[in-house]
Design a binder for this molecule. Structure first.
Ligand SMILES: C[S@@+](CC[C@H](N)C(=O)[O-])C[C@H]1O[C@@H](n2cnc3c(N)ncnc32)[C@H](O)[C@@H]1O
Length: 208
């Protein structure tokens, strides 16, 4: 379970339990992290999941058997589309979670996602992005059949901070980007993208 592993998790749960803040899980897949938040006492009404594939959202309902009880909204949308079902959420989200998501794309793709996140978050202090993904001690871009987009940029702490510094300058906004690389017990298994230097990177980006 991804979300529960974040340092910011108690803050996220506290803020969302108040009932007046909104959370978006970008690339939520089956929406498992949304269900984790509900289990931890967050009202489902403040949670929104979004994924490219409607089929994954439907499978989430089948898996958790909660189509008629879960109050959260799920939206099928491509994060790269400037006009989509996400458009109505612009400027209204307090916390965005994006796990195993940025790494599906190259550096320029990741910057496009970051700019979309700036648009979606409330333009106010403490708007927050959290997530984790595959990273590498040496930040680099590589071709990858696993990513779907054909390439993936593997971030380290410095490149992550650098990207958010660029995003801040380009959008006229200020962010405190933090990240940490952690060992990944799965590394060593025969998975194509587990190359030398592979780590997991956990991050948070907070609007100042
Ligand atoms: C590797 S999964 C991560 C799922 C979940 N966040 C997790 O950590 O387990 C990446 C998800 O991103 C979604 N995705 C890929 N490209 C997307 C896009 N352009 N817009 C929105 N979602 C996308 C995929 O459908 C998939 O569900």
């Amino acid at each position: 379970m991804a979300l529960g592993g974040f340092e910011t998790y108690p803050e996220i749960v506290r803020r969302l339990k108040s009932g007046d803040q909104k959370y978006l899980d970008l690339g939520c897949c089956f929406g498992q992290d949304i269900r984790r938040l509900v289990t931890d006492g967050v009202p489902g009404e403040v949670l929104i999941g979004s994924d490219l594939h409607q089929g994954f959202l439907d499978l989430g309902y089948s898996l958790f058997k909660d189509k008629w009880t879960l109050k959260s909204e799920f939206i099928a949308a491509d994060v790269f589309e400037s006009r989509s079902a996400l458009t109505s959420l612009e400027g209204s989200i307090d916390i965005i979670h994006a796990s195993s998501f940025f790494h599906l794309f190259g550096y320029e793709g990741q910057k496009k996602i970051a700019r979309r996140i700036v648009q979606l978050l409330k333009p106010q202090k403490d708007s927050l992005l959290v997530g984790r993904q595959v990273g590498n001690i040496n930040a680099h871009e590589e071709e990858s059949s696993a990513s779907g987009s054909g390439n993936m940029f593997l971030q380290n702490v410095d490149s992550w901070k650098q990207m958010w510094s660029e995003i801040g300058k380009e959008t006229g906004t200020k962010w405190k980007a933090e990240a940490a690389l952690e060992d990944w017990p799965m590394v060593g298994n025969k998975v194509s993208w587990h190359k030398e230097g592979t780590k997991r990177i956990f991050f948070s980006v907070r609007r100042l």
